[in-house]
Structure formats: C-alpha cells, structure tokens
Design a protein around this ligand. Sequence first.
Ligand code: AMP
Ligand code: ZN
Length: 140
Amino acid sequence: MTDKECIFCKIAGGEIPSSTVYEDEDFRVILDLGPASKGHALILPKQHFKDLCELDPAIAAKALPLAGKIGAAMKKALGCTGFNVVQNNGISAGQTVFHFHVHIIPRYENGPDMVTWAPGKATPEELAEISSSIREELTR
Ligand code: AMP
Ligand code: ZN
C-alpha cells in the first residue's frame, strides 16, 4: 500500500526523482537531501508504513541486512571508517517524514560528533520499576 500524499511513497515508487544508490522489489535507497555527513543515505520501503511499530515484519527482517550491505559499500566507496544506523519514530524522537525509513550515516576519522548523548543516571530501584512496567505491557 502506498499513500498518495506521502513524499517518500512518491520517491520510493520513482514518481519523484532521487539520487538512488540501490533498488530492489521492496526498497529504494536514496541519498538524503540534507546530509549529516557525505553519503548519508535513507532506506525507504516501497510500501507505506508510518513507523517501526507499523512495519511489516517481513520487510523489517530485510531492512537491517540491507543497512549492513549499504554501510559496507559506503566504507569501500567513500572511505568512511564507520557508520550509524538511525531510525526515528514519532515527533519527539525527531521523525519528520511519516513513512518508515532508516538513516545510514557514514562516519569519517576526525569527523564531527553526532548521534551521541550525555549518559544519565538511574538507581537500581528505578531500573527495576521501569523494566517491570515494560515487561508487564509486553505480556498483556
Ligand atoms: P526523519 O527526521 O528521521 O523523519 O528524517 C527525514 C529525513 O529525510 C531528513 O534527514 C531529511 O533531510 C530527509 N528528506 C526529506 N525530504 C527529502 C527528499 N525529498 N529527498 C531526500 N531526503 C529527504
Ligand atoms: Zn509513504
């Protein structure tokens, strides 16, 4: 299923041109128009899913191996020494396009810091309470 209003459906379906680096029956991988680093790519499923919670498990099972394949190609083609795989779900998490996608962000030696956070603190009691509430939800 695709969504007529969705820009990533149009890009994934080839209706809007993009810098495509890979395509198969399920995915199109394009270069991000506002790259975090040289070669920043996006894996777009051809079907419309809002986010990871809605993603078809069969497509999900193919997405991570594809991210690895693209990342490995980036290391050879671009000379990056690593890459981040980032996937945002929801406005609070920074999602701006509501068609599931995976960012692959090449990382270069001595490049700028990104995809980092300052580690917080949690007591054992807090961790126990949090894990129990998530576990309870998962077994509902
Ligand atoms: P997110 O914030 O996870 O929803 O990521 C959306 C990403 O899509 C951003 O990194 C944008 O730069 C990128 N983006 C938005 N529109 C386009 C487009 N037409 N072509 C390529 N990348 C796009
Ligand atoms: Zn879409």
